[in-house]
Design a protein around this ligand. Structure first.
Ligand SMILES: Cc1ncc(COP(=O)(O)O)c(C=O)c1O
Length: 400
């Protein structure tokens, strides 16, 4: 019997790649998180070519690995950061630029898209005249007090219907309050340079984008009618979906709608930026783990592997993704099996319904499309260290 999960995996790995993965895992040990940098470049190019008028600000939170940031930096990306730690990961790539050039680069290529920032972070950022998002009056006061040189983007609350991770209950100003917040900023001596929104991560309901663009265009129009001034920036956030399975429509389909709406609703001189995270990294990474235990409970086979919920599979909890766990064995005969992570916690359950061939202790299993919101939320709970990261197809360093 063929594993049903296998049939729905769209960006799945061919046999020749499976062989490579297997060899790498044997050579480097497991759990092994393999990052394919050529695939990251392909995703970036796909995004940039489908949405040619949109500048890409990679959302570092999706996967903050320094080599991934370096590849995206080299490819021409800008960055969305939420903390000083993320800021510094990007800064590493520009630290040798002459000072003026470096400050200019930060101004033009970094956005702090977390609407709630600590006082300490604001104070550290101020010397860079950072581009910051906000969505409420208290944050505005905090920014004025601790980062007075900031440039502002107002985040608007938009529908997140059907997205895998909803963000609208936590972030975004109600569209009806936008005019007041913009005026408040103005009265405090700060300028709102643009609007942003986020339709929720893995947004498979494209209508969310269409409604969000409509809402923002209405706010911008009203702002212009009231003040005679135009805002410079529209930030369309993240949410660009990855084809984890066949039911997800491609970015090609989204881009057709998106580009039409951008053209219809916004002036040609507005700067459009986006903050894709998942789209750039999810299908560039594979995890290989090892079966470290096997038992039969209530007649069902249970496999214990050396990565779990507290590690790379943390996305099962935080990102609501159901990751198929696949075998390297090409067996026609499979059995419904449970797969658990290595810790002492029963919560560390990866699936109760994997179709797997008969595996032995020491056999390897793998999971594709696991590049986003996975290793970034891994912990060392119970003394199990996060997976080793291996970078492949990277020009600047030979594969070791
Ligand atoms: C403000 C902001 N921008 C961008 C992203 C990236 O979203 P995605 O990975 O869905 O593209 C997130 C994700 O939570 C976010 O909170």
């Amino acid at each position: 019997m063929i594993d049903p999960n296998r049939k729905i995996a769209v960006h799945h790995i061919g046999d020749e790649h499976k062989e490579l993965l297997y060899k790498l895992a044997e050579e480097h040990g497991t759990p092994l998180f393999i990052v394919d940098h050529q695939q990251i470049e392909r995703q970036y190019c796909e995004f940039a070519s489908r949405l040619p008028n949109v500048q890409v600000y990679y959302a570092v939170k999706a996967n903050p690995d320094p080599e991934i940031i370096r590849t995206l930096f080299d490819t021409g990306a800008s960055f969305d950061v939420s903390t000083m730690k993320e800021f510094n990961l990007v800064y590493e790539n520009i630290k040798d630029m002459p000072e003026n050039e470096r400050l200019e680069w930060i101004k033009n290529n970094i956005i702090v898209a977390n609407t709630i920032k600590t006082v300490e972070f604001l104070e550290e950022l101020d010397r860079f005249s950072p581009l910051l998002t906000f969505d409420n009056a208290e944050e505005l006061k905090k920014i004025k007090a601790h980062s007075p040189h900031a440039r502002l983007i107002l985040r608007i609350r938009v529908p997140n219907t059907g997205s895998l991770s909803e963000l609208s209950s936590k972030f975004g100003a109600d569209p009806g309050t936008a005019a007041n917040l913009i005026t408040e900023a103005y009265v405090m001596g700060m300028k709102v340079e643009g609007l942003s929104f986020h339709v929720g991560s893995q947004c498979v309901n494209f209508e969310n984008y269409i409604v969000a663009l409509e809402i923002c265009s209405r706010i911008l129009r009203e702002y212009y009618e009231r003040t005679g001034q135009k805002m410079r920036i529209l930030d369309v956030g993240g949410g660009f979906p990855v084809k984890y399975n066949d039911s997800v429509r491609s970015i090609r389909a989204l881009a057709v709608l998106f580009n039409e709406e951008l053209k219809r609703l916004f002036p040609p001189d507005i700067m459009i930026i986006a903050e894709p995270g998942r789209f750039l990294v999810a299908n560039a990474c594979v995890l290989v783990s090892k079966v470290i235990g096997k038992a039969v409970r209530d007649g069902k086979i249970c496999y214990y592997i050396n990565d779990g919920i507290y590690g790379t599979y943390s996305g099962l909890v935080f990102d609501h993704i159901k990751y198929p766990i696949l075998s390297f064995k090409d067996s026609e005969v499979t059995k419904l099996s449970s797969v658990f992570g290595p810790t002492c916690d029963a919560f560390d359950t990866l699936t109760l319904s994997a179709e797997l061939p008969d595996l032995k202790i020491g056999d390897l299993v793998y999971t594709e499309n696991i590049g986003a919101y996975s290793i970034s939320s891994a912990t060392s709970f119970n003394g199990f260290e996060p997976a080793k990261v291996l970078h492949i197809n990277i020009d600047r360093r030979p594969i070791d």
